[in-house]
Design a protein around this ligand. Structure first.
Ligand code: ATP
Ligand code: MG
Length: 419
């Protein structure tokens, strides 16, 4: 066994039973996005490293220490596995001039990669569903994004709570930044190593520190809220008005700054206390500067991303049932004539949209029936030489207490569709 190659640490296989659950989840999500008029976009998993450096920011956890970056040996280019989806979405929107005729409502889903310490709810390959509303200045679209999240939580049978904040605009952030630097410089002795390094490059991120020793210092730090200008405050007020009008409860958390640099004005997180330390299931906000920062014609934008693994865990805690599909029929057959007829029956059942497994590999009826049971199918469709001669099948329910019956194929199909 020592030469067995295992999967990469922090990257999980999704076996069929689990995949069934994921597909049921994805079906709910797709339908939800369709109802809000959002359209799916698919971008490559690999991008130029520079895209993420420019979009997410050089002095962020992701770019500094979590990104899978490598040099393509064939041409010397630096590439990265995408750590999130917004940078790629915005890159594609600019590259294909998608905003030429107005705003776009887009979404994506797929694997993201971050070199983090694996633990429950934190993986090196994880999956997100992301939603981006590009070209809308808000605050109505900010409210739409939040209201649609609340709608999805209802469909998933979960109830995370909403934390909300505003980061204001560029000028007020600069004013706040200057005050923060002065404040932290005056308290150098309390700063940890990470914070010292960020003091001049990204002091706002010091507030994001999870180090308990830094909490008191951070609590007393100058507040961005005190620097906000009227336009940002009006935006924030209007958003809150829309949320209240739509019955969305929220808590304003002035400490919420988000780990990515591109946000301005609205930021929000949906959090739960039911998943231990990994309590944020969805996070997002406004990023009006990003399109311009990536070389596009400046346009406002907002969006969010949710972690599928964390949402599925939360649904498990909440006990939300997810309907997963089982095969309708497992066809067992013995004898040459029976086998030829079994192929015809299988094809008729499948044409009628029934999920049908045709037994392969021969063997006795008894051993085939065992396989039928193990397949989770609702019915065994039994075909012996008698049935083949009469062009009929015997239907045997594998669940419940109904009797077995022998019928024509057309009737069997009707029966299977109803039952
Ligand atoms: P955290 O503070 O938990 O590291 P984050 O701020 O880095 O989260 P975002 O970049 O905002 O996360 O990603 C959006 C969502 O994706 C998160 O709220 C979370 O649900 C999920 N997520 C992020 N990183 C991981 C990971 N390594 N494993 C599983 N899910 C993740
Ligand atoms: Mg993180």
């Amino acid at each position: 066994m020592s030469n067995l190659i295992q999967s990469v640490r922090g990257m999980n296989d999704c076996l069929p039973d689990v995949t069934d659950t994921w597909q049921a989840f994805e079906a709910i999500v797709r339908d939800w996005l369709r109802r809000y008029g959002y359209r799916e976009m698919r971008t490559p998993i690999l991008e130029h490293t520079g895209l993420f450096k420019r979009a997410i920011g050089e002095v962020t956890d992701i770019v500094e220490k979590e990104m899978y970056t490598f040099v393509d040996e064939l041409n010397g280019e630096s590439l990265a596995l995408r750590p999130e989806g917004t940078a790629s979405s915005v890159r594609a929107v600019i590259q294909h001039n998608l905003l030429y005729d107005g705003g776009k409502r887009l979404w994506y889903t797929g694997p993201m990669f971050r070199h983090e310490r694996p633990q429950k709810g934190r993986y090196r390959q994880f999956h997100q569903v992301g939603v981006e509303a590009l070209g809308f200045a808000g605050p109505d679209v900010d409210a739409e994004l939040i209201v649609m999240c609340a709608d999805l939580w209802r469909a998933l049978g979960i109830a995370p709570t909403l934390q909300l904040n505003t980061l204001g605009d560029y000028e007020s952030r600069q004013r706040h930044r200057a005050k923060l630097i002065a404040y932290f410089e005056a308290h150098q002795d309390v700063l940890d190593e990470d914070s010292k390094r960020r003091l001049h490059s990204n002091p706002l991120r010091i507030l994001d520190s999870k180090n308990p020793a830094m909490q008191a210092l951070n609590d007393a730090a100058p507040k961005l809220m005190d620097e906000l200008d009227d336009a940002a405050l009006t935006h924030f007020d209007a958003l809150q008005g829309l949320l209240r009008a739509n019955g969305i409860a929220y808590e304003i958390n002035p400490r919420l700054v988000r780990g990515l640099d591109y946000y301005n004005r609205t930021v929000f997180e949906w959090v739960t206390d039911q998943l231990g330390a990994q309590g944020t299931v969805c996070a997002g906000g406004r990023y009006d500067g990003l399109i311009g920062q990536l070389g596009g014609k400046p346009a406002p934008a907002a969006g969010f991303a949710m972690g599928i693994e964390r949402l599925l865990s939360l649904m498990e805690v909440a006990g939300t049932p997810l309907e997963t599909a089982v095969p309708d029929a497992y066809i067992v057959h013995a004898g040459e004539a029976a086998q030829a007829f079994a192929w015809q029956v299988a094809s008729a059942l499948r044409a009628a949209n029934l999920s049908t497994i045709l037994h392969c590999g021969g063997g006795s009826f008894k051993s085939q029936m065992k396989k039928a049971d193990a397949s989770r199918a609702r019915y065994a469709v039994i075909i012996g030489d008698d049935e083949a001669a009469a062009q009929q099948v015997t239907l045997k329910p594998l669940r419940g207490t109904a009797e077995q019956t022998r019928v024509e194929v057309a009737l069997a199909i009707e029966y299977l569709k109803k039952a």
